[in-house]
Write a protein that binds this ligand. Structure first.
Ligand SMILES: Nc1ncnc2c1ncn2[C@@H]1O[C@H](COP(=O)(O)OP(=O)(O)O)[C@@H](O)[C@H]1O
Ligand SMILES: [Mg+2]
Length: 1003
């Protein structure tokens, strides 16, 4: 069992293997979904065109699964509802160029593929391109100008195989052209799709491409290209779906000469929508040519035709829209004129055409008034300039015209009776006339164009001319109300589908026959039964309608009854539910369509009353006579039996189918992505509807029913020889077929449903898958072996390299580590050493210091002691001197005192002696004593005074010393210094005085 992830990987690697495994193992559990996975989400809304939508898983871990779909809507899915989601094939995730490669080959897968590519502006996608000569291209209308149609692109796509380049309309054109030359066979390109899907644009692109690569720039080439503007002017109109909607089908057959140059062309037109001339739905216009004419004509021309502005004409204003955005009617007019010149329309013819167009406009403006004659409803045309202009332009008698428009001539039993027409009938007659004119004018124009561009082959042998036919035809239609035209259109599409399916199948058959392959058992469903019922078998629907149209009393109801009677048991016919219903249904290849029978016969008869033909016959206007030539020539009786619209259409369709059947066809399926003509807008339901109608599924079904895979022997041998050891490459093989067979038998088994052709081997899908798986296995084994060896070698050398590197890193790291350690250790040791040394030094220092200190102490002690001794000595000496000096001074003083006392004593004694002469001895003694005492007191006072003086002197000296000491510390002032230095000069006495004195004793 594969896991989801592995599945996805497998998808991307090997599609075939995936598909096989998917068959074996279809259930993928939702629990294996992962965010980012893509799934198909079945919304089950029940719409007819509802298909699964692609979605991406956002969340899936919370029990519920959250997904985001392609439309941008979020959905929560509970596990019970998980059957709604299926895993998506990887080819559907990113899209593929060729849809045959889609793993999810169903409508949802195809739709999503187109959607993905469309969002990337890749509007073209192949469908089963490579194996078929006639391939199918799907083109989605971009509704914007893409830069993919340049001359460079044309060059890029020239002479390439389909599949070699990305899908493109040019690839189809190129293949048409080169197939035509290579195979010498006519080619055709069937371009189909709804209105507005891009058929006409595709046709023009192919034409351009062909003109470019056939490369002659010739006149005829130009003429072929210029046919388009004319056809578009007269056959295209603005509708709500398409601003330039072709209201007719066309088949352009382009003829090439043997050198591959455009030599001519032939245009076939189908079923122009004539009713548009008289009636337009809201927001739609009449044919372009009317508006262009009114915009572009000169005032004189308009005056001659009595014309004015578009808004003045009833036939041009029914859709209340006279201008078309993005279309310049004036410019288009000149384009039409020049195109008409190129295509050899003479001025006279042009003028006649415009005259008829003007007639139509005037007729549209005729007013009617109701009247009653003999109890019969009748009417009259109000006289107006329009009426006279109409008569003038038609060059008929005014009265005849009036009669013709208001009454009708009946021939009963050889008598002609004129009966009045009611107003309603008269309007119908007028409209029928107008439609008759326009329809025939259109046919004439196409014939005129053909006359210019078509060169009949009679002169040269047929083999020398080849052609490419481009069919731009309305696609399958299913409106709410479908009328007779839709029946014709759907009948045509039924035919084309038949052609398509048969062609695809026929090609298969051809190839099988060519290769001698037994293909009997290959079945496919085609729409032959539906075609039989509509137009082939006796009493078919068309023939019944025709029959009833010819039957004079036939009505739509009688016709419906006949249809019911004839076909009610046919599975392809759906009868009305009751008698009142007027619809019947047909099971077409693309689905059931209900047709509203009212108006069927009228539309089918498509005949004009005899009166009108008569009127034309009476006209002097040669041109109108010319375009009504066939009708005029027929005569009344034959006209009644003239072919009906359906039989005409059937005949031209048969012719077309016959032409197509001898061509190698290519198919372009145009798809309209939305109804709003908007770029980048993708309406899923609309696209599913178109896909269903295009019948693309049928191709895929047929292809899958047969042998979808085929290889040439060379391809097969080269691709699968790995499955048989020893098989040599194809170019070395002699019996390629035998080798192929051996390989196939060995891998697929002898009895399985595969076949050997003459040059190819034919396989079913599952064979291819099986072969691919086996091949994948074989190659995987070899690859694994090679991988093993290579990886071994790679890993070994890697390992060695890594080992070397690791060792280097280790070495370096370890070295670094050791160095770091060593450094740290060394630093440690240094620190230790330093410590030890410092300790040692410290110790010795301390010792030395101690010693020095001791020594110093002693020295200082010695010095101090010595100084002390000196000082002591000095002190003692000074003391001694001082003491000596003091003692001496004292001595001298005492000596002086003594002497003075001695003298005083002597004097006292002398005096006493002297006084004793004069006085008694005692008295003399007392007197002498008293005088002596006085002298002693005086001496004491003198001593005290001297002592005081000396003390004063000593104090003064001391102060002077202190002052000088102080002055020594003070900053020096020069002048003061001088004063001081020489100040002594004034006081030499004191100086001398001081010098004599002994030094002061220190205290
Ligand atoms: N290949 C294209 N590139 C750009 N625009 C396109 C292309 N095909 C179609 N269209 C647009 O779509 C419109 C309708 O295309 P047309 O071919 O007239 O549709 P149909 O013929 O199918 O009715 C054109 O007028 C043009 O605007
Ligand atoms: Mg068209």
């Amino acid at each position: 069992m594969y896991k989801r992830r592995e599945y996805v990987e497998l998808y991307e690697k090997d599609l075939a293997k995936w598909a096989l495994l998917r068959n074996v193992n279809t259930v993928v559990k939702h629990s294996t979904l992962l965010p980012g996975d893509y799934v198909w989400l079945d919304l089950k809304s029940g719409g007819e065109f509802e298909v699964s939508v692609g979605a991406v898983v956002k969340l899936c871990d919370s029990g519920q699964i959250q997904v985001l779909d392609d439309e941008g809507n979020e959905h929560w899915i509970s596990p019970q509802n998980a059957t709604n989601i299926k895993p998506m094939h990887p080819t559907s995730i990113h899209g593929v160029e060729d849809m045959i490669r889609l793993g999810d080959l169903n409508e949802a897968g195809i739709l999503r593929n187109l959607l993905i590519r469309y969002t990337e502006k890749l509007i073209y996608t192949n469908c089963g391109g490579r194996t078929y000569t006639g391939s199918i291209l799907v083109a989605v209308n971009p509704y914007q100008l893409l830069p993919i149609y340049t001359a460079d692109q044309i060059r890029l796509y020239t002479n390439k195989k389909i599949g070699e380049m990305p899908p493109h309309i040019f690839a189809i054109a190129d293949n048409c052209y080169f197939n035509m030359q290579r195979n010498n066979r006519d080619q055709c390109c069937i371009i189909s799709g709804e209105s507005g899907a891009g058929k006409t644009e595709s046709t023009k692109l192919i034409l351009q491409f062909l003109a470019a690569i056939s490369g002659q720039h010739s006149w005829i080439e130009q003429q072929v290209l210029e046919a388009n503007p004319i056809l578009e002017a007269f056959g295209n109109a603005k509708t709500i779906r398409n601003d330039n909607s072709s209201r007719f089908g066309k088949y352009i057959d382009i003829h090439f000469n043997k050198r591959g140059a455009i030599e001519g062309a032939k245009i076939e037109q189908y079923l122009l929508e004539k009713s548009r001339v008289c009636r337009q739905a809201h927001d739609e216009r009449n044919y372009h040519v009317f508006y262009c004419m009114l915009k572009g004509m000169t005032p004189e021309e308009k005056k001659r035709l009595g014309l004015s502005r578009a808004s003045d004409y009833t036939y041009l204003t029914m859709g209340t829209c006279t201008v078309c955005d993005g279309r310049d009617d004036l410019k288009e007019y000149s384009n039409i004129r020049s195109a008409m010149k190129v295509l050899m329309f003479t001025d006279k013819e042009n003028w006649e055409i415009y005259k008829l167009l003007a007639t139509i406009l005037h007729m549209g403006n005729l007013r009617y008034e109701a009247r009653t004659y003999d109890n019969l409803d009748a009417c009259e045309v109000v006289r107006s300039p329009h009426l006279t202009t109409t008569a003038t332009l038609l060059e008929v008698d005014g009265k005849d015209l009036m009669n013709c428009l208001t009454s009708r001539t009946l021939i009963t039993r050889g008598e002609t009776v004129s009966t009045p027409l009611s107003m309603e009938q008269a309007l119908d007659v007028r409209d029928a006339f107008v439609k008759g004119i326009y329809g025939r004018l259109f046919v004439w124009i196409v014939e005129k164009i053909n006359a210019a561009i078509y060169k009949p082959t009679s002169s040269q042998p047929k083999a020398l001319r080849r052609s490419i036919g481009l069919l731009d035809i309305f696609g399958f239609e299913n409106f709410t109300v479908n009328s007779f035209e839709q029946l014709c259109i759907n009948f045509a599409n039924e035919n084309l589908q038949q052609f398509f399916v048969r062609h695809v199948f026929k090609l298969e058959q051809e190839e099988y026959n060519l290769e001698n392959i037994n293909w009997q058992h290959i079945e496919f469903t085609d729409n032959q039964d539906a075609l039989d019922m509509i137009a082939i078998k006796p009493m078919n629907i068309i023939s019944l309608i025709d029959e009833e149209s010819r039957f004079p009393r036939g009505t739509d109801t009688t016709m419906l009854n006949k249809l019911n009677f004839q076909h009610k048991l046919n599975t392809y016919y759906i009868p009305p539910k009751n008698n009142h219903e007027t619809q019947f249904g047909i099971q077409h290849f693309a689905g059931v369509v209900y047709y509203e029978t009212r108006g069927f016969l009228e539309k089918n008869r498509d005949t004009l009353y005899g009166d009108i033909i008569q009127l034309v016959h009476s006209s002097k206007n040669k041109f109108i006579k010319q375009i009504f030539q066939a009708d005029v020539a027929m005569g009344a009786e034959t006209r009644k039996r003239s072919p009906t619209l359906s039989s005409q259409f059937k005949r031209s369709l048969e012719l077309l189918m016959r032409t197509l059947s001898v061509c190698q066809p290519f198919f372009v399926r145009c798809i309209k992505p939305n109804e709003h003509k908007k770029p980048m807008l993708f309406d899923r339901e609309l696209c599913v509807r178109q896909l269903r109608y295009s019948g693309m599924m049928e191709t895929i079904r047929i292809r899958r029913a047969g042998y979808p895979i085929r290889y040439t022997f060379v391809e097969f041998v080269d691709r699968y020889r790995v499955l048989m050891p020893g098989v040599k490459p194809a170019y070395k093989q002699e019996d390629l077929r035998g080798t192929c067979q051996r390989i196939a038998e060995a891998v697929l088994g002898r009895d399985d449903d595969w076949q050997m052709g003459k040059t190819k081997i034919f396989l079913k899908d599952h064979h291819d898958m099986l072969l691919e798986i086996e091949r994948d296995k074989a190659i995987t084994d070899k690859v694994i072996l090679i991988q093993k060896v290579v990886r071994g070698f790679k890993d070994r050398s890697n390992f060695l390299k890594m080992k070397k590197s690791a060792v280097l890193i280790q070495k370096t790291w370890r070295g670094y580590q050791c160095r770091k350690n060593y450094g740290a250790m060394r630093a440690g040791f240094s620190r230790l050493q330093a410590l030890v040394r410092s300790r040692k030094l410290c110790a010795s220092y301390h010792v030395a210091r101690q010693r020095i200190t001791g020594f110093q102490g002693r020295c200082r002690g010695f010095l101090v002691r010595r100084a002390f001794r000196h000082r002591l000595w000095a002190v003692i000496t000074i003391q001694a001197h001082t003491r000596g000096m003091i003692a001496r001074r004292l001595y001298r003083r005492l000596q002086g005192e003594y002497r003075r006392r001695l003298e005083a004593e002597k004097m006292r004694l002398a005096e006493e002696t002297k006084l004793r002469n004069q006085m008694s001895a005692k008295r003399a003694k007392a007197e002498a004593e008293r005088k002596h005492q006085e002298r002693l007191a005086q001496l004491a006072t003198e001593d005290a005074e001297r002592e005081k003086k000396e003390k004063q002197e000593a104090r003064r000296k001391k102060e002077m010393v202190e002052q000088m000491e102080k002055a020594r510390l003070e900053p020096v002032n020069d002048s003061d210094m001088v004063d001081k230095m020489f100040g002594f000069l004034g006081t030499t006495a004191s100086f001398r005085d001081r010098r004599d004195r002994p030094p002061l004793a220190s205290r």
